[in-house]
Design a protein around this ligand. Structure first.
Ligand code: CU
Length: 161
């Protein structure tokens, strides 16, 4: 984990930028008691934010809670901010694109600094702290969800353990 590779790439540099504060992310299962049992995922988005970008790229973070008894998948993200939005996981301090993220039944998917995230490349503009970026989350089963993502300070990192 602590060994640094000498290979320089945009991806490595960007991972470092996104991991500015080395908070270890912890995810807690939000097992709801009164979860719906209608065979569908029930998704809710919370804690969304985008650190104010310092380059023409940005990261997005949020938590998706599934109170339903059926799993779903986050399959893509779209936004007017960028035509190149992908979802990444981080392993051994390197990030790589994934096709989808699992959202377990009666569980949650957490996108947080140093871990999985949404990646916006070739920004059409650089949003400032206090502004909001409109994004749309797309899922395997559930209808798309629109989220107005607040832009926070570049080093913002909420501690919700
Ligand atoms: Cu990334």
């Amino acid at each position: 984990m602590n060994r640094r590779t000498t290979a320089l790439s945009a991806a490595v540099a960007l991972t470092a930028a996104l991991a500015l504060t080395g908070c270890s992310s912890s995810s807690s299962e939000a097992a709801g008691e009164g979860s719906a049992k209608d065979g569908k995922p029930h998704l809710k988005v919370s804690g969304a934010f985008m650190p104010q970008p310092v380059m023409d790229m940005a990261g997005g973070f949020l938590t998706i809670t599934n109170d339903g008894d059926t799993a779903d998948k986050l399959t893509s993200v779209t936004s007017a901010l960028s035509d190149d939005v992908t979802i990444h996981e981080t392993k051994d301090q390197k990030m790589r694109e994934v096709q989808s993220f699992d959202i377990p039944a009666n569980g949650e998917l957490t996108l947080a600094r140093g871990g999985s995230h949404i990646m916006f490349m070739e920004l059409k503009e650089r949003p400032k702290q206090g502004e909001k970026v409109s994004i749309e989350l797309h899922f395997e089963k559930s209808d798309p969800i629109k989220v107005d993502v607040p832009v926070e300070a570049t080093n913002y990192n909420p501690q919700h353990h």
